[in-house]
Design a protein around this ligand. Structure first.
Ligand SMILES: *[C@@H]1O[C@H](CO)[C@@H](O)[C@H](O)[C@H]1NC(C)=O
Ligand SMILES: *[C@@H]1O[C@H](CO)[C@@H](O)[C@H](O)[C@H]1NC(C)=O
Length: 291
């Protein structure tokens, strides 16, 4: 007799467990990864018979008492950054200008004309890395000499990675050293990345080198190239290039000197020949005057 009662109790508990109207809705929300300062879409859906209408939604953090966002009738309450994708029949949520404080687990209750259901949903918030900044030490590299290549990226979260490749797509990452420095500026979390790729004897023909910044999920956030100065190829100190304007100036000075000299020569010759002509004419005249 008592076992019958026990069986009945178990059965009714089981019925109670599956009975809520939620079973009709079968509401589901995907775990969401948002990006700081961008719009985050939280995809939710329920089984629809075509014309299910949402009467209200209620969203709160699992750890908190108050609702962050509520909508029922035509009224909306709470954080203005939250909204429904389509208030009549799509329970998907949208957060504009996503913040790190949006991260966490939420209880989401959706009430429709076919029943209601509360589900848990989770949001993680990441931040993209800014375009990497590169540099070398020494600033002017020399072929076959010691060289450090730097690639730094900031503002990303959670901490990511930096990978290195040369122009032949050879992976040099294993030779690099990555430093991660966590930062928190007024709740804006980030992990600064600094990667140093060291060569005891660099081959400048491998340039340009490419550093690729990856987020914590190994997705590419950005990249940068390091080109070497042409002078890196020569091992000798830079030979001073002849200055062409100086050469032209020199040619012009020498040229005008030569021209001047030629004029002077011409002038003297003419003067001399004039004197000669004059003298010979005078002699002839004197001769003719002679009786
Ligand atoms: C990258 O970061 C390291 C470590 O903070 C620093 O020593 C280096 O000068 C930085 N390089 C560039 C190009 O910003
Ligand atoms: C490059 O090497 C790093 C470290 O060895 C590795 O994690 C990464 O997957 C490699 N990348 C490619 C594209 O081969």
């Amino acid at each position: 007799m008592s076992s019958v009662i026990r069986q009945f109790t178990v059965l009714s508990l089981f019925i109670l467990a599956v009975r809520p109207d939620g079973e009709l809705l079968d509401l589901k929300c995907q775990p969401t990864v948002g990006i700081v300062a961008q719009t985050t879409d939280i995809r939710c859906q329920y089984k629809t018979n075509g014309d299910t209408i949402i009467n209200g939604v209620f969203l709160k953090k699992s750890t908190e008492e108050n609702f962050i966002f509520q909508m029922y009738g035509n009224k909306i309450y709470g954080d203005k950054r939250f909204s429904l994708e389509n208030p009549t029949n799509d329970p998907s949520l949208k957060i504009s200008d996503t913040m790190f404080s949006d991260e966490g687990n939420y209880d989401y209750r959706v009430v429709t004309d076919r029943g209601e259901q509360t589900v848990q949903l989770s949001i993680t918030v990441t931040a993209k890395y800014s375009a990497p900044v590169t540099g070398t030490l020494p600033v002017t590299l020399k072929n076959g000499r010691l060289a450090d290549l730097y690639c730094n990226a900031t503002d990303g979260f959670p901490g990511g990675f930096i990978h290195w490749f040369d122009k032949h797509k050879t992976n040099w990452t294993i030779n690099s050293d990555l430093t991660k420095v966590p930062k928190d500026t007024n709740g804006r979390k980030s992990v600064a990345l600094s990667s140093k790729l060291t060569f005891k004897s660099i081959d400048v023909d491998l340039a340009p080198f490419r550093c690729v910044v990856l987020n914590s999920k190994y997705e590419e956030d950005g990249e940068s190239r390091i080109l070497f100065d042409k002078s890196a190829r020569s091992d000798e100190p830079k030979v001073l290039e002849p200055n062409t304007t100086k050469i032209i100036a020199g040619v012009m000075v020498i040229g005008s000197l030569i021209v001047g000299l030629l004029f002077a020569l011409l002038f003297f010759r003419r003067k001399r020949s004039f004197h000669r002509d004059y003298d010979s004419a005078k002699t002839a005249e004197d001769d003719s005057e002679k009786p």
